[in-house]
Ligand binder design. Structure first.
Ligand code: IMP
Length: 454
């Protein structure tokens, strides 16, 4: 019997089964519904690993009547017995991490004994949040519209080689020296008074973070070694990407991006394995597009229409509660995402949100490029989308479990995405529950995609 691990798609059957190393990445601006997809596939995994980002993520999983929003703990936590790891590419706020671990425990999810953290992962310290508040406060409404979790400044410390890493928390004297040096610099950057008013001094911070270090100590593991050994032993590893392709530090809509590598390549550097180890890359894309924070968004809807889509899709940030900007599916951006990460398959989420629409515009190109593979790196704000109007299905898809249950126009919508991106659509989500999922084994969807990719 085929398992969900292969996504039940015959056109992936040529690959080894089970596929030992799968990477899941967001194909848009984050919030694609990766949490649900990771949770589904995690059923078949032994290890679920985060490779980048930090508590800026908000991965939502609905299990029965309970809704879990995970920020730092890998989504595998919700599947009993799965090992959950945070690689060296993640930035860790230990206070946020343990608050989440303790919160999960109150809901009957015990994860601390199956959590592992790489000693090289960098720590988010209170001064990183203070620096970010100062930086974002320079413009009304925020300069970039970040999540204010200290992510950017923590990665900046890492690149400046002044960062504090997990293993530094295990040595009190070393930690104190590092903090004293860093606090001096932070004081010079944002003013000693501002730094002191908002944050702990070096002594108190050393106490707090040494205590957190003691709690982290039993979890500290060489994650690269762990994953490579696990793969050699036939274990299955699932990498849970956070944020999305268009927020990638190198390839996203810079400077309106996050500070890590959100494409599949980030899995390699953030966890420590080679490109040949990867068996499958799955891109998760919403059936339309949303973004939070500032920056260009070519297919964004004007406020009234955006509000309709926002209400239909409950589009509010899982981490900050901010209303998400909403727009139509952008196939130019999706094609680019497929190329940047080499998607083997797509999971299309929130298809049901489009159930009531009579026609659904989809962006196939930007003017003046009729072929639709032009990505205007600098002038994206000025990009004028060319839309193709697809037929809506005006019927509920919530009960669909197989491709045959979907209305013909919904099937056509998925087929169009496969054809335009050259990537088979292997899964469609029609609701937040685990069971509200359509496993796609329709060879015509594979044919649609290969027609383009070959
Ligand atoms: P930062 O990651 O907090 O530095 O925020 C940088 C940009 O990425 C902002 O536009 C945030 O709204 C966005 N962002 C960060 N994390 C997520 C996420 O998990 N989902 C969606 N957007 C995110």
């Amino acid at each position: 019997m085929r398992t969900l691990w292969t996504l039940d798609v015959p056109f992936l059957e040529g690959a080894a089964n089970p596929l030992p190393l799968t990477v899941i990445v967001g194909a848009q601006w984050g919030d694609e519904g990766k949490g649900k997809i990771v949770d589904l596939i995690a059923e078949e995994a032994d290890i679920v690993a985060r490779c980048q980002g930090g508590p800026n993520a908000g991965h939502t999983v609905v299990i029965g009547k309970e809704t879990f929003v995970l920020h730092l703990v890998p989504t595998g936590a919700l599947r009993p017995g799965k090992l959950c790891v945070l690689g060296s590419g993640v930035v860790i706020d230990p206070l946020a991490l343990f608050a989440e671990v303790d919160g999960l425990k109150t809901h009957g999810v015990e994860v601390e004994n199956r959590l592992r953290v790489d000693p090289r992962a960098h720590i988010i310290l209170p001064y990183h949040r203070a620096l970010e508040r100062a930086e974002e406060g320079r413009a009304a409404g925020g300069r970039l519209g970040t999540t204010l979790r200290g992510i950017g400044p923590a990665y900046a410390s890492k690149a400046a080689r002044t960062g504090v890493r997990v293993h530094d928390l295990l040595d009190r004297e070393r930690l104190r020296t590092l903090l004293e040096l860093n606090l001096e610099t932070v004081g010079a950057q944002i003013g000693a008074a501002a730094a002191a008013a908002e944050e702990l001094g070096a002594g108190a911070m050393t106490d707090v973070f040494t205590a957190l270090g003691s709690r982290l100590k039993p979890l500290v593991t060489d994650v690269s070694g762990l994953i490579n050994t696990a793969l050699r032993g036939g274990r299955r590893v699932l990498v849970e990407g956070a944020q999305g392709t268009l927020l990638d530090l190198d390839h996203g809509t810079y400077p309106f991006v996050t500070s890590s590598s959100t494409i599949a390549g980030g899995a390699l550097t953030g966890l420590g394995f080679g490109p040949r180890q990867v068996d499958q890359v799955i891109g998760v894309a919403k059936a339309y597009t949303t973004r939070v924070g500032h920056g260009p968004f070519p297919t964004e809807l004007e406020p009234a229409a955006a509000a309709d889509l926002r209400e239909a899709g409950a589009e509010y940030g899982a981490t900050t509660g901010r209303p998400r900007r909403c727009g139509w599916l952008d196939l130019v951006a999706l094609r680019r995402a497929a190329r940047l990460s080499g998607f083997d398959a797509l999971a299309v989420t929130k298809l049901d949100v489009l159930d009531t629409l009579e026609a659904i515009p989809v962006c196939v190109a930007y003017e003046p490029d009729p072929r639709g593979d032009w990505w205007p790196e600098v002038e994206l704000e000025a990009a004028r989308p060319v839309y193709r109007k697809l037929r809506g299905w005006r019927a509920s898809t919530a009960g669909a479990r197989s491709i045959g249950d979907l209305p013909p126009a919904a099937r056509e919508y998925l087929r169009f995405i496969a054809a335009e991106t050259g990537v088979p659509v292997a899964l469609a989500s029609v609701g937040s529950g685990r069971e509200e999922t359509v496993r796609i084994d329709d060879p015509s969807l594979a044919a649609a995609s290969s027609a383009v990719s070959n």
